[in-house]
Write a protein that binds this ligand. Structure first.
Ligand SMILES: Nc1ncnc2c1ncn2[C@@H]1O[C@H](COP(=O)(O)OS(=O)(=O)O)[C@@H](OP(=O)(O)O)[C@H]1O
Ligand SMILES: Nc1ncnc2c1ncn2[C@@H]1O[C@H](COP(=O)(O)OP(=O)(O)O)[C@@H](O)[C@H]1O
Length: 206
């Protein structure tokens, strides 16, 4: 299974020097892709997606970050955290992601997406239209996520104020064959960004 490392991968295409031909900033500006970051709350999905987005925008790509939290304020307003609501949320984000990616946008989706079947359906939607798709498991251990506790959810669960927290008292089905695994507890953010860009580059998407 591939994992992020501190190796230096190839950067975004367009850095290659040419003496005679003006080097395009983007290898293929019409090549959209969805990069789907899945993992527990506080795993680092949003942080990584935003950092990848900054690097890609600087290289001239059209980028959209679809964050579960933000989507729940708009497209998925009113949905809760039952399996049915989570699956609906994931399907909606997957639908928007495929639409954007099919039209040349690099979509960075940061969504817990705890159920494998729902994630697989998003992948299948992309495959059906021939749209590139990468699943990235932000595989931060639950103990590390609970220490980070960006939104105080783990503390609230411990205090009995909420239940059904993913990875604690609700299901998280870890991907069995992700395209990339990020170990944020032992690998710096920059290394994760490099690993995602390398995975895109390897597939000819940068
Ligand atoms: N019970 C429970 N379980 C998990 N997460 C919870 C819960 N309640 C609120 N939150 C917060 O909801 C944020 C968005 O979740 P997602 O839309 O990505 O979740 S899902 O894919 O629909 O399961 C998610 O954001 P992230 O922390 O960025 O992952 C959580 O902070
Ligand atoms: N290597 C790393 N990669 C990503 N985030 C990290 C890393 N190390 C520490 N963090 C911190 O972990 C937290 C992750 O929060 P966030 O990105 O909101 O997670 P999620 O979107 O998965 O809920 C942030 O405070 C971030 O600064």
């Amino acid at each position: 299974m591939p994992t992020a490392s501190t190796e230096t991968p190839g950067g975004p295409a367009g850095n290659t020097e040419s003496a005679t031909v003006a080097t395009p900033t983007v290898a293929d500006p019409t090549a959209g892709v969805t990069v789907w970051f899945t993992g527990l709350p506080s795993a680092g999905k949003t942080t990584t997606a935003i950092a990848v987005g900054e690097r890609l925008r600087a290289a001239g790509h059209r980028v959209e970050v679809l964050d579960g939290d933000a989507v729940r304020e708009h497209l998925s307003a009113g949905l809760g955290f039952s399996r049915a609501d989570r699956d609906t949320n994931v399907a909606r984000i997957g639908w928007v992601a495929e639409l954007l990616a099919r039209n040349g946008v690099v979509v960075l989706a940061a969504v817990i997406s705890p159920y494998a079947a729902a994630r697989d359906a998003v992948r299948a939607r992309h495959e059906a239209s021939g749209t590139s798709y990468l699943e990235v498991h932000v595989a931060t251990p639950v103990e590390v996520c609970a220490d980070r506790d960006v939104k105080g959810l783990y503390a609230r669960q411990r205090a009995g104020e909420i239940s059904g927290l993913t990875g604690v008292d609700d299901v998280y089905e870890a991907p069995t064959s992700p395209d990339l695994v990020l170990r944020t507890e032992s690998s710096a953010l920059d290394a994760s960004v490099d690993a995602v860009l390398a995975a895109l580059s390897e597939r000819g998407l940068l």
